[in-house]
Design a protein around this ligand. Structure first.
Ligand SMILES: NC(=O)c1ccc[n+]([C@@H]2O[C@H](COP(=O)([O-])OP(=O)(O)OC[C@H]3O[C@@H](n4cnc5c(N)ncnc54)[C@H](OP(=O)(O)O)[C@@H]3O)[C@@H](O)[C@H]2O)c1
Length: 267
């Protein structure tokens, strides 16, 4: 699903209203072709306005959204069906490229949400099914439940959280990983090994973090920014190829950081 045009996408958490529309539109004008939103972000309509205004073929864009976050009320099939319809309406689209289950709270959640998503894939309104914040056990359950493939797993991933176990588990499948918080919400800017590689290539730490993610098989990334300068900077990562020495240096970082960690999750 992801290729060189979509491997670096735009995350849009907290980018709402006109500011949200403007930055998504600026991203598309700059060449971004993968936009990531969610029901929970409260900005699907703002993203939809940017897509409608953009001077780009709809088929050239990969629009991803998510339903059913753990913070939402107890999920029923009717709730999830309504939520999916509302996403279509707010985005102003008749087809969604990638629809994720945002964050499961329980096994029952997974059993309720996935059949609705699978149904939308089967009837052609959704091109790809995604899951987010799933553990290996959740993925095993999802594989048992689904007759369609899991096209994408969106999880937090960056040099301080390389997600070895999940990537190893997925290595025998076509499920691609989408790295959220790929800059560890700026925490990677403060790591000596990353700064050294950034200096060597004459680029920012943000670019190095994204280029390191690009160096991993089947991994896309969705950095968020409210700044057009940062948008441009992050997009440079598409053409920065780290060498084996750089990658080994970053792989060897002995520091872990997880930005998103509700206390009840057992990763
Ligand atoms: N599935 C999930 O549960 C989940 C959870 C978290 C996030 N996400 C997705 O992942 C996206 C990204 O994650 P995130 O927002 O948590 O963190 P992130 O992308 O790792 O970091 C965002 C921060 O980095 C700054 N930044 C971005 N590019 C920069 C650059 N080139 N130079 C300097 N600073 C830069 C931004 O500030 P400026 O605005 O000043 O640039 C912002 O403070 C979200 O927007 C959302 O779409 C999904």
């Amino acid at each position: 699903m992801f290729d060189s045009r979509t491997q670096i996408g735009l995350g849009t958490y907290s980018l709402t209203g006109t500011d949200g529309t403007d930055i998504v539109q600026a991203a598309i004008e700059h060449g971004y072709r993968h936009i990531d939103t969610a029901r929970l972000y409260g900005n699907e309509a703002d993203v939809g306005t940017a897509i409608a205004n953009a001077d780009v073929d709809r088929d050239d864009l990969l629009v991803a959204t998510k339903v059913a976050h753990f913070e939402e009320p107890e999920k029923t099939t009717e709730y999830v069906e309504r939520a999916v319809e509302e996403s279509f309406e707010r985005l102003g689209l008749d087809r969604i490229d990638l629809l994720y289950h945002h964050w499961p709270r329980s096994q029952a959640d997974i059993e309720t949400v996935l059949p609705v998503l699978e149904d939308r894939v089967a009837n052609g309104r959704v091109d790809n099914l995604g899951v987010s914040n799933y553990t290996v056990a959740d993925l095993e359950l999802a594989r048992d439940l689904l007759d369609v493939p899991i096209d994408a797993l969106q999880v937090e991933m960056h040099p301080l959280l390389p997600q070895h176990e999940l990537r190893e588990f997925l290595s025998d499948s076509d499920t691609q990983v989408v790295a959220y918080s790929p800059l560890a919400q700026t925490e990677v800017f403060d790591v000596d090994a990353i700064s050294a590689v950034a200096e060597k290539h004459g680029v920012s730490e943000a670019v190095v973090s994204l280029a390191w993610l690009r160096s991993k098989d089947g991994v896309a990334a969705i950095p968020r920014t409210s700044s057009v300068d940062h948008l441009r900077d992050n997009f440079r990562a598409r053409s920065v190829d780290l060498d084996t020495e750089d990658i080994a240096r970053i792989d060897a970082i002995d520091r872990t950081h997880r930005c998103e960690d509700p206390g009840w999750m057992t990763w």
